[in-house]
Design a protein around this ligand. Structure first.
Ligand code: GLU
Length: 469
């Protein structure tokens, strides 16, 4: 009997232990959404390919949404993982089913979506623009849309807007078509080709693609869009709250303004005139030099389109270009730089391209290696224009003023200051006459470069052969 009891108690101990562990496990609260992200070490987002959200360039993945999400992941101390959705409806399903932590895809907050999803505070406002073929009747009021056709993305805020207007009886004669799994570029192409009279897109979308669609224009606006991140509705709001704090911070500390400037270049928008010329010159002038830019890119490790963008800003790809200050040729080398780079004839486009690229490489190598891309490249490009000494002075000034000397967004604010005595008197290189000009110079090159990268990704512009390799 005693023996049996002992045996039972032997058995009991492990069982009790297991029960105790089970109890403790059960009592331990489920990790919150935020804790799960931190434990996994990864923030998973879903996005869509669009010049306004996510695409790839020389340095890999980029785009406003990508960079904004990367900042959030960095703040959390985790890696960013990007999933891709081909359509808005697919994207919403992924969020609802918890396959991703959030959606960052230029999404507008709408009444219908709010019933299915939880939206962050908007980080940007846009307007919804009716796009038409220039030279045809420009729609200015709702009545102008009568008896015409309009195409929009299936599941988009634009579809919702049109359906509401239709239900209200505001546009009874408008025929609305929707396309699943397209991009706004596709919609613009369909209007350009005359398949439909109009499309409805977000103003930021049209802004960045306008250079690629010089035949299209923006007519009336049908409303505002407030862009935000989308989360699954659930009861756990920990990650959502962390995102709210991050986005509010990004708005107040200027990060969002900086990203808007970088991706939309709003202050420096191509006017229609220069947009048309740029695309025309890509067709008429670039083919003669594209191979040389490609070779120079391979030699120096730069994306050839960056070199081409620089060349366009310098000379509009004209090998005979001359400036009043004596710089010359396609890459506009000074006499001194030409000598330094062993150029015999500055007006020889081949020599000019290779020397210009090698010179940019030299400048890039002199900018501290710890500086992240693309900032290091933009500093090198600024140095190509104003000289590395002034860029260095602007970095020192940035640091003195308590900002980050490794951030191009900060340094570019100091370059124009080097024209004022209170600043240049303390600078090693002194007065930088072209300080402000260099900032605009870089902005133009960013604009040309981005346009080429987007054109390379675009269906319509495949024949231009602007792919990276
Ligand atoms: N803002 C639009 C939406 O939320 C998507 C942007 C687009 O049209 O590409 O539906």
């Amino acid at each position: 009997m005693k023996m049996m009891l002992r045996r039972i108690s032997y058995l009991f101990t492990p069982i009790m232990l297991l029960c105790a562990v089970g109890l403790v496990m059960a009592m331990r609260p489920e990790p919150s959404g935020l804790e799960r992200v931190l434990e996994r070490g990864t923030l998973t987002i879903v996005t869509r390919s669009a010049p306004t959200a996510y695409y790839r360039d020389q340095h890999g993945s980029t785009g406003l949404e990508y960079e904004l999400a990367r900042g959030f992941a960095r703040q959390l101390g985790v890696k960013l993982e990007v999933r891709h959705a081909d359509s808005l409806n697919e994207l919403f399903r992924m969020v609802e089913r918890g396959r991703v932590d959030l959606a960052a895809a230029g999404l507008s907050v709408t009444d219908q979506r709010r019933q299915r999803l939880r939206f962050s505070t908007p980080y940007m406002s846009v307007t919804e623009q009716v796009i038409y073929r220039r030279g045809e009747h420009r729609p200015r009021k709702l009545a102008d849309l009568e008896d015409s056709t309009m195409v929009v993305l299936a599941g988009s805020s634009h579809e919702e807007r049109l359906t509401t207007l239709k239900e209200e009886g505001a546009i009874p004669g408008l025929q609305i078509s929707t396309i699943e799994g397209a991009t706004s570029e596709r919609l613009l192409m369909l209007v350009e080709e005359g398949e439909y009279d109009y499309t409805l897109v977000d103003s930021n979308d049209f802004l960045v693609q306008r250079a690629l669609f010089p035949e299209l224009g923006a007519g009336l606006e049908l409303g505002d869009g407030h862009l935000a991140w989308a989360f699954s509705p659930g009861t756990d709001h920990s990650l959502y709250r962390a995102a709210q704090r991050y986005l509010t911070g990004a708005r107040t500390n200027g990060r969002i303004a900086e990203l808007r400037q970088r991706f939309y270049g709003e202050k420096e928008q191509f006017n229609l005139y220069s947009a048309r010329y740029f695309i025309r010159h890509i067709e008429t002038r670039l083919p003669e030099y594209a191979d040389e830019f490609r070779k120079a890119g391979e030699e120096t490790g730069f994306d050839w389109r960056l070199l081409a963008a620089l060349g366009y800003q310098e000379s509009l790809w004209d090998p005979a270009a001359v400036s009043p200050t004596g710089v010359r040729g396609l890459m506009m080398l000074t006499r001194r730089t030409a000598r330094e780079m062993g150029v015999d004839d500055r007006t020889d486009p081949i020599e000019s391209i290779h020397a210009g690229a090698a010179y940019l490489r030299k400048l890039h190598d002199r900018i501290p290696e710890r500086i992240d891309e693309p900032d290091r490249t933009w500093m090198a490009v600024a140095a190509y224009n104003v000289g590395i000494g002034h860029v260095e002075d602007a970095r020192i000034l940035t640091q003195r003023q308590g900002d980050d000397p490794d951030s191009w967004a900060q340094v570019r604010q100091r370059l124009p200051l080097l024209r004022q005595p209170e600043y240049y008197q303390q600078a090693r290189r002194g007065y930088a006459r072209g300080g402000g000009q260099a900032v605009i110079y870089v902005r133009h090159i960013q604009r040309y470069y981005n346009t080429m990268v987007w054109a390379a990704n675009s269906e319509k512009h495949q024949p231009l052969q602007l792919a990276m390799k």
